[in-house]
Design a protein around this ligand. Sequence first.
Ligand SMILES: [Zn+2]
Length: 127
Amino acid sequence: MSADNWAICPKCNAAKIAAKEKQLLDAGASYGKVEPAEYLRMLEAANKPIDSESTLREDYEIGVDTNGEFSVDYRCLCNDCKFAFRYKHSEAVGTVGDKPTNRERKSTNAMLGGAERPLELKLGKGE
Ligand SMILES: [Zn+2]
């Protein structure tokens, strides 16, 4: 089965940004302390753009079934760092004649290995 989407992993991306910041600081601190050619090499390496590979596999399903049950199931897993997250929600949205107050909501989200805090899944807020 193929993935629904490949995205940039937030955990890998944060690590790459931190590494790039350290590289820039190290290059700046080396000025006058290393050979000029080495300083230029460090500066050039530090100024290269971050290589943001799409290592985060995303799979999702969303929809309303014939019984009036809305459901969303989102899963992601990073091939590099194994960051994983799952969000699952279902809610009776009713059939003709049902009142909205009869709604029943069930939702779960779970972090799997490697995650430090849950991601927010934003639905329908126009972002
Ligand atoms: Zn990752």
